[in-house]
Ligand binder design. Structure first.
Ligand code: NAD
Length: 256
């Protein structure tokens, strides 16, 4: 039961972040949603979570590519007992063609933001005598694929950062772990299906099974609810001695 705790989830107006926010709210936590936009819909998402679950929910605009905005997010949240570093972007290109600005943006959003938010949040966790940091890495935090140099470097980096933060907080009631999803059917992934169907001249089912889930032995997408449930577990008392490790939610990908 996470009643009374406040969870800050970066990059949570869509996909996994939003799913995680909903699950943590269902478990009783107050939630802070975030992205770099400041649309009416962003605030409406927070309101709908509050209406459905009765927790307090707010949306705070902050660009996770900028160090000062990462730290500002934690300050503005007021409390941060649970920090879920989820914001992330992708770019696919061979290393020689990989644009420097994409490399810099991916390292900033997918890796450095977690350094800044964690650094800012740990002080409050120490004062409160309880804290949970969960970094959303990827199966690509443990294995590689071609053409995703920045993403894979960032995701391996965040696994290392999680271990270091875990050691620095090991003697306190604070844990830090990384979750490593395989393919999750988020709007981002859904949007790639039509183009891939055309490219391979395949049905939707074949694209999903034989292209997207080629390396996911279960041949099923993981769901945002499963991400949220795993993260809620990491916030529970049962997980108090789980720190500095990774949990794969990848249908067997990393067992191959
Ligand atoms: P998504 O595009 O639906 O969500 C990404 C979120 O990050 C969005 O809310 C977006 O607004 C936010 N974001 C992007 N740039 C930002 C910035 N500069 N500042 C603040 N917020 C920003 O994608 P998703 O699939 O839900 O991905 C969420 C996380 O899960 C990412 O870290 C991604 O690498 C990871 N992941 C996803 C999958 C998958 O299959 N979908 C697999 C493994 C890991």
């Amino acid at each position: 039961d996470l009643t009374g705790k406040t969870a800050v989830i970066t990059g949570s107006n869509s996909g996994i972040g939003l799913g995680v926010a909903k699950e943590l709210a269902r478990a009783g936590a107050n939630v802070v949603l975030n992205s770099y936009t400041n649309n009416e819909e962003d605030h409406a998402l927070a309101q709908s979570i509050a209406d459905e679950t009765g927790v307090s929910a707010q949306y705070i605009q902050a660009d996770m590519s900028k160090a000062d905005e990462c730290r500002k997010l934690i300050a503005e949240a007021g409390a941060c007992d649970i920090l879920v570093n989820n914001a992330g972007i992708q770019h696919v290109a061979g290393i020689e063609e990989f644009p420097t600005n994409k490399w810099d943006a991916i390292i900033a959003i997918n890796l450095s933001s977690a350094f800044h938010t964690s650094a800012a949040a740990i002080t409050g966790m120490r004062a409160a005598g309880w804290g949970r940091i969960i970094n959303v890495a990827s199966a690509h935090g443990l294995t590689a694929s071609p053409y995703k140099s920045a993403y894979i470097a960032a995701k391996h980096g965040i696994v290392g950062l999680s271990k270091t933060v875990a050691l620095e907080t090991a003697e306190e009631p604070i844990t830090c772990n990384a979750v490593c999803p395989g393919y999750v059917l988020t709007p981002l992934v859904e949007a790639q299906i039509p183009d891939t169907m055309k490219e391979y001249d395949m049905s939707r089912e074949d694209v999903i099974k034989n292209v997207m889930l080629k390396r996911q032995p279960s041949k099923e997408f993981a769901t945002v609810e499963q991400m949220g449930g795993t993260i809620a577990f990491l916030c529970s008392d049962a997980a108090a001695q789980i720190t500095g490790t990774t949990i794969s939610i990848d249908g067997g990908w990393t067992a191959l």
